[in-house]
Design a binder for this molecule. Structure first.
Ligand SMILES: *[C@@H]1O[C@H](CO)[C@@H](O)[C@H](O)[C@H]1NC(C)=O
Ligand SMILES: *[C@@H]1O[C@H](CO)[C@@H](O)[C@H](O)[C@H]1NC(C)=O
Ligand SMILES: *[C@@H]1O[C@H](CO)[C@@H](O)[C@H](O)[C@H]1NC(C)=O
Ligand SMILES: *[C@@H]1O[C@H](CO)[C@@H](O)[C@H](O)[C@H]1NC(C)=O
Ligand SMILES: *[C@@H]1O[C@H](CO)[C@@H](O)[C@H](O)[C@H]1NC(C)=O
Ligand SMILES: *[C@@H]1O[C@H](CO)[C@@H](O)[C@H](O)[C@H]1NC(C)=O
Ligand SMILES: *[C@@H]1O[C@H](CO)[C@@H](O)[C@H](O)[C@H]1NC(C)=O
Ligand SMILES: *[C@@H]1O[C@H](CO)[C@@H](O)[C@H](O)[C@H]1NC(C)=O
Ligand SMILES: *[C@@H]1O[C@H](CO)[C@@H](O)[C@H](O)[C@H]1NC(C)=O
Length: 825
């Protein structure tokens, strides 16, 4: 062990020298002090963004990373997804979009750094938080604590990943792009529930990580007591109040939640760009120097990778790059501008002296001074009233809940509330005007055996937790039979009561479907289902199908939360005043893991799903298949699955993920509209898509598609209507340009042209994109006719000044701006 690691070290050293001689990537020294990360001895400001490699495709990576770089990022962050890589113990998968080495090299090719959060517990709204379920089933194991079995497995996998990275020389210490690595994840949030062992475990994590000798710093997020030399970092919607636990640790924000995830039945979270920018500016005002956006590109939970329970297939996250990789404007552009301004004063921010002036009413000025140069942050944390502050004899107006940045302490270069980037309204365009004439064939899932003969793969005398089946399928049949005597059956008031766990339960009695029950993200546990059933005298067959919708990924001891049917399962019979309860939990239960259609790989394009007559609508447990031509062009493609119930969809054998368009989002609280970015964000605030399907559109990456014929296969679990299914392209439908006075407005319809200008005004424009109106004052010249020059162009630039639009009669204190709404086609 010792000898081989020495040899390793020597080899490493030699190759570093050789690399140096070749003039190729040479080692970069990454260190830190209490102020910032230091790269080759220089303090740096780092903007990073999370892009998880399995949530897109290898073909998408270069474009996503390029856009991240253009958005002003210095680094890309990703987790490592243990259960994706080691689905079966010691059998690994690093193929396709699981090739994380290729992902890191793609980032390196763009000249960006990498932050590698190994975990290997990652949360991430990913199935079981990234833990393989076989881990849970190892004898004697306890996860995330000082348990030998667990620690061996965690160390084994972590070492494997580190060794793979070292082999490819991807740590900065080897000339690679990785400047930071993370061990464990948000353990501080749950540590207390593990007692003293929790603290011992986190110390072990630190020692184990250090022993891997990666040559770059390790971080631990949300770990207030991180042992040295681990850097503890902050995750949250805001982190300006965060202080690390050691004078030598810089103030770092590993997860700046610039949006939020979505669950089935929930609305679209949307966090305004003004508020995200406010959080970032406040962080840098208060000494922060490292900011990672979670997520910069959220992407898609393909296959069965969504966590939860109840996390949707889309993991858009309201990120600057939307699920399909398109710019989400204005968020992308507004943050890019912020990155540029902060980068321009990197030296001052990381080396300057800091002083603060308090003006009261939540208004502060922070001045950074370095060698005679100063930069200022003027912040107003009051969420309702704008502030006037005087600095060096000049008065400045700071809008409520905003920060102004003045790189020279004289001229405002950026205010977080003043967006100078267009809003792009994306639409799903159909090539055939929405006429979806796919020719469907179908076949039913084979249910006969599971409904009538109770012999499955395994039998027990109790109810099993579904996790014992290693999570190779969402589906598990629980089957038993019961002999009922006359005394119980002669009641006409009988029911079956099942205590489930709130994923999905389908109940079949004597071959007939008698009902189904499902839960929601917020109420997944202890879902008792009771339904009236008329049992017969003699033998009755009970077949219960449990379907999971993503295993829990967060919380203390989340790994132990029950899945499937914990029971009891009871027959209740009432006659007159007498109630007889028959508990079936201790019966002989037989289990069938998965569904036949999955075993037969009906989702593959070559499968036989061939019945074409009497296409059934609203038939549960049904496979459908159709052939289609891919939409032309390069734009992202989505499948419109409106009309379907719940199930899974595949294109050419690639799983698009679980679908559930029949699950509608709740209604909007008053909090949600109209959206006011001012004040603390919460996921309910500013949400959209109320009472609409929580997910109607499903990403079909271009690389899944062939030029000629393509096959779509659906497994419909609830019953739905496939005839409405179709494919669309995502394009920019309209844009709303905006620029404050003396700034240049840029309007662009990427890949399309401006076909009409619907609104234009210079002055005090009110409202938001889609319903602008003129306010108290407007320019002399007609903005609408001036903006006609944009028509027919893909992009145009117009200066928002009185020189162009003529004088306005606006009162003092009004921020004049040019606002334009244009149609793209
Ligand atoms: C992981 O465990 C296997 C045995 O299960 C062993 O062969 C392998 O060397 C271990 N890997 C590491 C990196 O320790
Ligand atoms: C915000 O300003 C208003 C008006 O000046 C004041 O009443 C309120 O207390 C302030 N709130 C905070 C949190 O400072
Ligand atoms: C203003 O600055 C002071 C001193 O740094 C700090 O204690 C206070 O929390 C700040 N308040 C706001 C609202 O930024
Ligand atoms: C910071 O302030 C101290 C004390 O006022 C001064 O000695 C030092 O030169 C200043 N440093 C910079 C970089 O301005
Ligand atoms: C100070 O600002 C001037 C003008 O922006 C710039 O040329 C100079 O490099 C700055 N000095 C330092 C030490 O940053
Ligand atoms: C049927 O039995 C349940 C108790 O199991 C009782 O609450 C209910 O009132 C009964 N219904 C009728 C119609 O008797
Ligand atoms: C249902 O199961 C849960 C989880 O095992 C348990 O906590 C709860 O007590 C059960 N409820 C009933 C009514 O038995
Ligand atoms: C589909 O069938 C179920 C019962 O099998 C019924 O409750 C539901 O209303 C039907 N839905 C539609 C859209 O027809
Ligand atoms: C815009 O420029 C004009 C002319 O230079 C100047 O009078 C005006 O104050 C500027 N407005 C703003 C908001 O900077």
């Amino acid at each position: 062990m010792t000898i081989s690691s020495r040899i390793c070290f020597i080899t490493l050293f030699i190759s570093a020298v050789i690399l140096g001689l070749n003039g190729r990537a040479s080692a970069v020294d990454v260190s830190h002090d209490g102020r910032a990360l230091k790269i080759d001895g220089e303090r740096r400001i780092i903007f990073s963004g999370s892009i998880h490699y399995p949530r897109s495709t290898t073909q998408m990576w270069p474009d996503l990373i390029k856009k991240a770089k253009e958005g002003g990022l210095d680094a890309i962050e990703t987790y490592i997804f243990w259960n994706a890589h080691e689905p079966v113990r010691r059998q690994y998968d690093f193929s396709g979009n699981l090739d994380f080495i290729k992902f890191i090299k793609t980032v390196q090719n763009e000249g960006l750094y990498v932050v590698l959060r190994i975990g290997p517990y990652v949360c991430a709204e990913w199935n079981y938080g990234g833990f393989p379920v076989w881990l849970h089933n190892m004898p004697g194991i306890e996860l995330r604590t000082t348990n030998e079995v667990f620690m061996n497995e965690m160390q084994n996998f972590t070492t494997l990943i580190v060794d793979m990275v070292k082999e490819e020389k991807l740590f900065a210490s080897q000339g690679g792009p990785i400047i930071l690595s993370q061990i464990e994840n948000e353990y501080g949030n749950v540590m207390q529930s593990y007692g003293d062992a929790g603290k011992a475990y986190i110390n072990w994590c630190a020692t184990m990580a250090e022993s891997l000798n990666i040559g770059v710093p390790w971080i631990m997020c949300q770990q207030d007591d991180a042992p040295q030399p681990m850097i503890n970092t902050c995750n949250g919607f805001y982190c300006h109040d965060f202080e690390p636990n050691n004078a030598n640790s810089p103030k770092m924000w590993t997860e700046n939640w610039l949006g939020w995830f979505k669950a089935w039945g929930n609305k679209n979270p949307s966090r305004p760009a003004e508020d995200v920018a406010f959080g970032v500016a406040r962080f840098f005002q208060t000494g922060g120097t490292f900011n990672n956006y979670y997520m910069y590109h959220g992407g898609t939970n393909f296959g069965r990778t969504a966590g939860g329970p109840y996390i949707t297939t889309t993991y858009d996250y309201d990120a600057p790059l939307n699920e399909y990789g398109s710019l989400s404007q204005p968020k992308y552009g507004h943050l890019k501008e912020l990155h540029d301004v902060l980068h321009s004063i990197e030296k001052i921010l990381t080396y300057g002296n800091i002083s603060t002036i308090q003006y009261g009413n939540s208004v502060n000025a922070t001045i950074y001074s370095y060698k005679g140069n100063s930069s200022c942050f003027f912040s107003n944390q009051n969420s309702t009233s704008d502030a006037r502050l005087k600095y060096e004899g000049v008065e400045y107006i700071i809008p409520a809940w905003s920060v102004s940045i003045l790189p020279d302490c004289k001229k405002e270069a950026y205010n977080t509330a003043k967006v100078n980037t267009q809003t792009s309204v994306m639409v799903k365009k159909s090539d055939d005007d929405g006429v979806n004439n796919l020719q469907w064939s179908w076949r039913g899932e084979e249910l006969l055996k599971t409904l009538h003969f109770e012999k499955g793969q395994v039998s027990t005398n109790h109810l099993l937790d579904q996790k014992v089946m290693n999570d190779v399928s969402d589906y598990l049949w629980y089957m038993t039979s019961v002999d009922l005597k006359h005394d119980i059956v002669h009641s006409h008031n009988m029911s079956l009561r099942v205590n489930g766990t709130g994923h999905v339960l389908h109940v079949y009695i004597n071959g007939k479907h008698v009902g189904s029950k499902w839960g929601a993200y917020d109420t997944p546990d202890g879902n008792v289902y009771q339904t009236k059933v008329q049992f017969k005298k003699g033998r009755n067959q009970i077949s219960l199908l449990s379907a999971t919708v993503g295993l829990k990924n967060y919380g203390s001891h989340f790994d132990l939360v029950k899945t499937g049917l914990p029971g009891p399962v009871e027959i209740i019979s009432t006659l007159d005043d007498e109630t007889i309860t028959k508990d079936l939990s201790g019966h002989r239960w037989s289990y069938q893991n998965g569904l036949r259609g999955f075993d037969k790989k009906l989702f593959n394009p070559t499968s036989t799903i061939s019945r074409s007559n009497n296409l059934p609508i609203n038939r549960s447990m049904t496979w459908y298949k159709a052939t289609f031509k891919a939409p032309l062009g390069e734009e992202p493609v989505v499948a419109d699955l409106l009309g379907l119930g719940k199930g899974e969809a595949w294109v050419n054998g690639h799983s698009l993920g679980r679908y559930w368009p029949s699950y509608l989002a709740g209604s909007c609280s008053d909090d949600a509209k109209p959206c006011d970015y001012r004040g603390k964000y919460s996921p309910e605030k500013c949400a959209t898509g109320c009472e609409e399907p929580s997910q109607r559109w499903y990403h079909v990456p271009r690389s899944f598609l062939n030029e000629g014929d393509n096959e779509i296969v659906l497994f419909e679990e609830f019953g739905g209507n496939p005839t409405r299914v179709g494919f669309r392209r995502e394009v920019v439908g309209s844009v709303c340009g905006t620029a404050y006075e003396n700034r240049t407005m840029e309007l662009s319809c990427p890949g399309r042209t401006v076909s009409a200008v619907r609104f234009a005004g210079f002055g005090d424009v009110r409202g938001s994109c889609g319903n602008f109106r003129k306010g108290s004052c407007t320019s002399k010249n007609d903005a609408l006719s001036i903006l006609q020059e944009c028509v027919g162009k893909e992009r145009c630039r117009v200066e928002a000044s009185e020189g162009v639009f003529g004088s306005t009669d606006c009162e003092d204190g009004i921020w004049k701006r040019l606002v334009v709404e244009a149609i793209c086609s």
